[in-house]
Write a protein that binds this ligand. Sequence first.
Ligand code: SF4
Ligand code: SF4
Length: 388
Amino acid sequence: MMNVNKAKAPDVVLARCPSYDPADCRAALEQVVEAFGGLDWVRPGMRIGIKANLVAGMKPDAAATTHPELLRALVEMVKARGAEPVIGDSPGGLYTAVYVNRIYHATGMDTVGAVLNSNFGTKEVELPEAKLAKTATVTEWLLHCDGIINFCKLKSHGMMGLSAAAKNLFGTIPGTMKPEYHFRYPNPEDFANMLVDLDEFWKPQLHLVDAVVAMEGNGPTAGDPKPVGLVLGGRNPHSIDLVCAKLIGLDPATVPTLCAAQARGLCADDPDALEISGAWRDFICPDFRTITERNGLQFQNMFHGKAGQLFSGFLQRYIAARPGVEKSACVGCRKCEQVCPAKAIRMAAGKPKIDRSACIRCFCCQEFCPKGAMQVRRPALARLLVHG
Ligand code: SF4
Ligand code: SF4
């Protein structure tokens, strides 16, 4: 493992960044990176993998992907250290040059001055420190890098509640394999533990969050842009995510990756236990639209004893959010049917019909619906029990 200077760095750094103006991006990124030694671990000749969030071929203004202006600033800083930055990701869908090049172009990656990953190989690896996923099939390109910077986007997320640092490394699983992972780890707790295993495997030297304009509502692809005005950074993805959850008004107890990390002692329970550089409370967005109560995790330990646990399980199952089709927005493209790992969707009269008993609530259909027609819905019982 690369030697990174850890002296006196805070756990999380927040830098104000009011816009994607190049000067704002550069200043904010420099402030964050300086707090962690100014990329002093990057040496001439190194190949530095920058794992961006390129979830879909969407324009930067849609706020679904890491903004190219921030990536451009990071690329310049890596180059200034004499290293070669390489940007990549594996979104859902095909993991081929044709498919991913189209995404690079749509998201503006071909303008940032970095090498764009062109190695679409995959490799089965062992995860020696894993709690759950002892092996994984991963995208090969990052294995050939000398260091990794995880540069994610802050978004609400159908299955995980929050997409930020920890979730972003699911993009190291090849797109074609992702449905299998959802099927292998169908409940949010297991899926989250698999993500934490991946985070522990890759151990990026630095995690950065583009929260200049985040995504609220029907994230991670069909939500709405929401200005937050921040760039965040840190070495621990879960500490960053804890702060991100608080910023957008999400109860950390309902974010499965935070619960999984806390159970392993990888994350504090409260931001007050962290050393945070920046007045984070000033950036709390009280009106940020999250996908709340999506997984019912808040009920899992509410009742004790055997009967209590059964009742908690019942609540968790019937309160958990589920996908639902907004028929007026659906164009019948069948994308949801194609990506559903549980084969729970079939088309009827040109619209998707979901088999509730087969659905594993992975929200792949919601993530990949190009029209935002597949939405996260709260069952009536949830609306009754949890603040209306
Ligand atoms: S992916 Fe969206 S638009 Fe396409 S069929 Fe499914 S719900 Fe309709
Ligand atoms: S219907 Fe949607 S949420 Fe349910 S298993 Fe299929 S893709 Fe996942």
